[in-house]
Design a protein around this ligand. Structure first.
Ligand code: GUN
Length: 300
C-alpha cells in the first residue's frame, strides 16, 4: 500500500489500471476554506471592530462529542471568532436548555448556535432544533433551513454535505448529469447531501437499509457517497471503475479510525477517493466557521 507516499493532488496510485487515482485531501481543502474565512474575519475586524460569534452547546460528557466540541472551540479562537460556548451538566433538563437557547437567540453578538448531538434521551432533539433562530442555525437543521435547501434557496446548509461539495469543486469533479448515489438517509448527511447534488444537476439516488440490491445501485454510481456508519461496508465489488468515492464514515475498529469504505481495495477502482481520517472529517468544522461568517454577514 503506497498511498501514504502520494502527494495530496493528482497523486497517481501504483496499480495495474493506467488511469491515475486522486486522493481527495480534506486537510488541504479545509485549510483553504479556513484561510478564506479567517481572512474575511480579520478584514471585518479591521474595518468594523466586529467579528462573528459562535455558541456551541454541549450537554454531558459523551466522549466523541467532547472531542468534536473541543476542536470547534479551538478553531473558533484560532480563526478570530468570538466564542460563547456552553457546556451544561448532563442532568440539564429540556426547559433549562430551551431557556439557554432563548437567551442565545436574543443576543446580537451571537451569530451562530450549534447544539451538539446526540442529546440525552430525556430531551426532545427535534423540539430543541426547532427552538433555534433559523438565522443562527449554523448546522442547517432547523425545518426552515431544511425547507430552503429543498426548494432551491439554501441559506444555511448542513456542514458535512456542504464540505463534500466544496471538495468536489476543488478537485474540479463534474457533478452535472452524473449519477450520484448516497448511501444513508440521515437528516445530518444523507438527505441534505442528496438535495445539494440535485441542486447541481446530478441524478440522485438515496439508498438505505431497506434498499433492494444496494450493491447494484452503488455500482451504478459515478459519485458514491457513503454515510451509513458501518465500517468498511462499501467493498470493491460495489464500486464502478473510475467512480468518485466519498467516505463520510468515522468508525472505531480495534482502536483505529476506519470509514464506511474498504479503502485499500476501493482505491484500486476509484478515480478519486477520500481517506479516513483526513478526508471529509476536517471539512465539517471549516464549513461551520464559513456558515457562522455567513450568518454574521446576513445579520448586518
Ligand atoms: N453530532 C455529530 N455530527 C454533528 C453535527 O454535524 N452537528 C451537530 N450539532 N451535532 C453533531
Amino acid at each position: 500500500m503506497k498511498l501514504l507516499e502520494c502527494s495530496s493532488e493528482l497523486s497517481p496510485y501504483s496499480r495495474k489500471d493506467p488511469a491515475p487515482m486522486t486522493l481527495i485531501d480534506g486537510k488541504v481543502v479545509s485549510q483553504l476554506v479556513k484561510d478564506r474565512v479567517a481572512g474575511e474575519v480579520a478584514t471585518l475586524k479591521a474595518e468594523t471592530g466586529k467579528v462573528p460569534g459562535l455558541a456551541v452547546v454541549q450537554i454531558g460528557e459523551d466522549p466523541a462529542s467532547t472531542v468534536y466540541v473541543r476542536n470547534k472551540n479551538k478553531t473558533c479562537e484560532k480563526m478570530g471568532f468570538n466564542n460563547f460556548s456552553l457546556h451544561l451538566d448532563e442532568t440539564t433538563g429540556q426547559d433549562e436548555l430551551l431557556a439557554h437557547i432563548k437567551d442565545l437567540n436574543t443576543r446580537p453578538e451571537v451569530n451562530g448556535i450549534l447544539v451538539q448531538l446526540p442529546l440525552p434521551s430525556t430531551i426532545d432533539s427535534q423540539l430543541i432544533l426547532e427552538s433555534l433562530d433559523p438565522a443562527k442555525d449554523v448546522d442547517g437543521f432547523h425545518p426552515v433551513n431544511v425547507g430552503y435547501l429543498a426548494t432551491g434557496g439554501a441559506k444555511l446548509v448542513p456542514c458535512t454535505p456542504a464540505g463534500i461539495i466544496e471538495m468536489l469543486d476543488h478537485y474540479k469533479i463534474d457533478i452535472e448529469g452524473k449519477h450520484a448515489v448516497v448511501l444513508g438517509r440521515s437528516n445530518i448527511v444523507g438527505k441534505p447531501m442528496a438535495h445539494l447534488l440535485l441542486g447541481r444537476n446530478a441524478t440522485v439516488s438515496i439508498c438505505h437499509s431497506r434498499t433492494r440490491d444496494l450493491p447494484a445501485m452503488a455500482r451504478s454510481a459515478d459519485i458514491l457517497v457513503a454515510a451509513i456508519g458501518r465500517p468498511r461496508f462499501v467493498t470493491a465489488d460495489m464500486v464502478k471503475d473510475g467512480a468518485v468515492v466519498i467516505d463520510v464514515g468515522i468508525n472505531r475498529v480495534d482502536g483505529k479510525l476506519v470509514g464506511d469504505v474498504d479503502f485499500d481495495a476501493v482505491a484500486e477502482k476509484a478515480s478519486h477517493i477520500t481517506p479516513v481520517p483526513g478526508g471529509v472529517g476536517p471539512m465539517t468544522i471549516a464549513m461551520l466557521m464559513s456558515n457562522t461568517l455567513e450568518a454574521f454577514k446576513r445579520s448586518q
